[in-house]
Design a protein around this ligand. Structure first.
Ligand code: PMT
Length: 222
């Protein structure tokens, strides 16, 4: 069917921030609202896909008709993604995953005494890089990159290092782009090709992303 071009496709999407606990009442996180990932999930569902959304803590309503797995930390997001990876055809990672977590989570609330100088941070697993490393023939992988400088260079580096078919770069300092807004302004790095897109809603961008991933898939099979 023309209006259900993703019928029979399993689409796995990550969205939102992760929260990395410091103690029972505090965490480290970022400004992701989940809007971009949820917008892609919604349009993928409307295009006929079976959608699984792995979502960090967000203030958005669940989307009817799709499977949502709610997680808090990067480690939880990693486990959830790994459990869904084998069956996924399109993998789109729009989550803002914390790169670091406190090595130890204090069991009790840390008391306000002196300055705290000893929260040791360790690296989180890179979920997108893991998916790229284990990519199967029938999988198309799309990552995002949030940058504040050297957007093209950094985005292309991430595309190559994380073995993505496409990487979508947004700049924190561009009006109408990135965190919390209903719109985004991005550049698609599709293989060696670079495509600048004007400001559009996160749903319009979702359609554009899914259509581009379908093109990439067609290019692989013919
Ligand atoms: O949620 P919104 O408010 O709508 O905002 C949307 C957004 C800005 C969060 C989104 O458009 C976006 O850019 N998401 C990626 C943000 C990010 O963390 O970028 P990064 O450059 O740190 O990571 C690069 C890629 O690797 C991303 O696909 C990320 O999901 C992935 N990653 C990063 C670290 C990690 N440990 N695991 C990952 O999978």
């Amino acid at each position: 069917e023309t209006n259900q071009p993703l019928k029979g496709k399993n689409v796995l999407i990550t969205a939102g921030p992760t929260q990395e606990a410091i103690d029972p009442v505090r965490f480290i996180s970022n400004h992701s609202s989940g809007k971009q990932g949820y917008a892609i999930a919604k349009v993928a569902y409307e295009m006929g896909a079976n959608v699984t959304l792995v979502s960090g803590p967000v203030q958005l309503d669940p989307i009817k008709g799709i499977q949502t797995i709610s997680v808090k930390s990067a480690l939880e997001m990693f486990e959830a993604v790994k459990s869904q990876l084998d069956d996924a055809h399109y993998i789109i990672m729009a989550a803002a995953v914390a790169d670091y977590r406190p090595e130890n989570i204090a069991r009790q609330k840390i008391k306000k005494k002196e300055d705290v100088s000893n929260i040791h941070m360790v690296k989180n697993p890179d979920i997108l890089a893991y998916a790229g490393l284990h990519k199967k023939e029938n999988q198309v992988i799309c990552g995002f990159a949030m940058e504040t400088e050297n957007l093209e260079e950094n985005a292309n580096k991430k595309r190559v290092e994380k073995n993505c078919d496409m990487l979508i770069a947004n700049n924190l300092f561009t009006a109408g782009a990135g965190f919390k807004t209903d719109t985004n302004v991005v550049t698609l790095f599709k293989g060696e090709e670079k495509i600048h897109l004007d400001k559009m809603t996160k749903e319009q961008l979702g359609v554009k992303i899914l259509e581009t991933l379908m093109e990439i898939e067609e290019g692989k099979t013919c």
